[in-house]
Design a protein around this ligand. Structure first.
Ligand SMILES: *[C@@H]1O[C@H](CO)[C@@H](O)[C@H](O)[C@H]1NC(C)=O
Ligand SMILES: *[C@@H]1O[C@H](CO)[C@@H](O)[C@H](O)[C@H]1NC(C)=O
Length: 407
């Protein structure tokens, strides 16, 4: 036993030396004088983040041996571009979705198809923004701020107003007939809300929403994860006083938010830390934050079903190699300064794209897991909505909506 431990120790020391040598050889790369690496031109400072060990999480995560998500249907292919959030109005019409070209569109049936319902920016123009399939690629990046990027959507059942978390224009609202959305809050304590991402409406009218980072905006969202920075916040907007409050700060890529059926707590995802969290907003535990579940990948939105259970969309997945980088910020500093494209660097870490969706009850127990391990049908899922006997699945980077009969 003793000996084995010592050998392992020496082995570890050797590895350390090799790694150090590589680090020195790549020293120049860190300087990245020609801004050739993915992080070129950014103040990229990786830090440790609070993520559960890979083996522990994967060992207890249930497998969907049937890969049921792989049997989903892709619909409206190349008609909707990056439909992140899917929402139905109080009359059950829709779905509505916010697209990468900046529009919020509504499905008006086979005859009329997809119609533009609302815009988030006065400066939106068809020429500049309506670039179709290109809007989910880097070609849109330079115009995204002008065109807008509506992410989270929620209808207020009483008023029929649609509330929108737009990545660039903050928290917004538009009436039941659509049109140009109006900003409700775009700054807090004099500083702009940099990256509004998702929202939910409390029964008392207050709106909880996430501001994913104070450092990077949506176009640069990959850096939030690579760096492990935790400047994200959960905010609350109170309509009677038109005031915005910081509910939680220091979060690592806060993303989806969903209030419980009884309004006593809300769930939110921390994408960088691959976990689902709970904040109590009523009762004895009010203000307490708890871990609900560690996830096998990077979670996005959370949506409640009629039974008060929670669907979480997860992009996969974590890998062993990536864990080494997560635990060693200095390695990330070197690795992501290598003059290769981000997608090649990610592939080299064994990261492949597939999707998992998971249903949780109000105690945080896993009720169901569906996945598509080959990533054939569904990639980069952003939201799962259970409605009309189906799951409606959005994606932030692909040009379709996926559906699956459920249960
Ligand atoms: C899925 O496969 C694993 C490993 O082969 C097995 O342990 C597990 O029971 C299976 N789950 C179901 C639901 O069949
Ligand atoms: C709604 O409830 C939350 C949670 O208790 C509270 O913080 C907020 O101030 C309330 N909003 C209004 C408008 O009363």
């Amino acid at each position: 036993m003793e000996k084995k431990t010592r050998l392992e120790h020496e082995d570890g020391r050797l590895q350390q030396h090799v790694v150090l040598l590589i680090a020195v050889v790549l020293g120049f790369v860190i300087m990245d004088p020609f801004h050739m690496s993915p992080v070129g031109g950014h103040d990229f400072k990786p830090v440790r983040n609070d993520i559960a060990p890979y083996d522990e999480v994967m060992a207890s995560w249930p497998d969907d041996n049937l890969s049921r998500l792989g049997s989903g249907n892709l619909e409206h292919v190349d008609q909707v571009f990056g439909p992140e959030s899917l929402e139905f109005d109080p009359l059950g019409n829709g779905p509505y979705s916010g697209l990468a070209d900046g529009r919020i569109v509504k499905w008006s049936g086979e005859d009329r198809g997809w119609e533009t319902f609302a815009l988030v920016s006065q400066k939106w123009s068809e020429k500049l923004c309506a670039t179709g399939k290109d809007s989910t690629t880097y070609k849109q990046w330079k115009n995204e701020e002008v065109c807008g990027r509506p992410l989270g959507l929620r209808f207020d059942k009483a008023s029929g107003n649609l509330y929108i978390a737009d990545a660039y224009h903050g928290l917004m609202v538009v009436g039941p007939d659509g049109g140009l959305a109006r900003p409700l809050t775009t700054e807090i304590d004099g500083k702009p809300i940099l990256f509004a991402n998702d929202l939910d409406i409390h029964s008392n009218g207050s709106i909880y929403f996430t501001d994913t980072s104070m450092k990077y905006n949506r176009v640069n969202h990959f850096f939030i994860m690579l760096e492990g920075e935790a400047t994200g916040r959960l905010l609350r907007y109170d309509p009677p006083t038109k005031s915005t409050h910081v509910v939680l700060d220091g979060l690592a890529f806060p993303n989806g938010v969903q209030i419980s059926k009884d309004q006593s707590f809300l769930l939110f995802t921390e994408t960088t830390n691959c976990r689902l969290m709970k904040l109590w907003i009523e009762g004895e535990k009010k203000g307490n934050v708890e871990l609900v579940a560690n996830l096998p990948g990077f979670p996005d939105n959370i949506r409640i079903n009629e039974k008060g259970q929670f669907w979480v969309a997860i992009d996969c997945c974590r890998t062993k190699a990536q864990e080494v980088l997560i635990n060693n910020p200095w390695m990330r500093s070197v690795y992501f300064r290598l003059p290769f494209r981000m997608q090649d660097l990610a592939r080299a870490m064994g990261m492949k794209m597939y999707s998992v969706i998971s249903l949780f009850d109000d105690k945080g127990q896993i009720l169901d897991v569906l996945d598509d391990k080959q990533g054939i049908v569904m990639k980069l899922v952003s939201e799962v909505r259970e409605a009309k006997g189906m799951l409606w699945i959005g994606t932030v980077a692909h040009n379709h909506i996926a559906t699956l009969p459920y249960p």
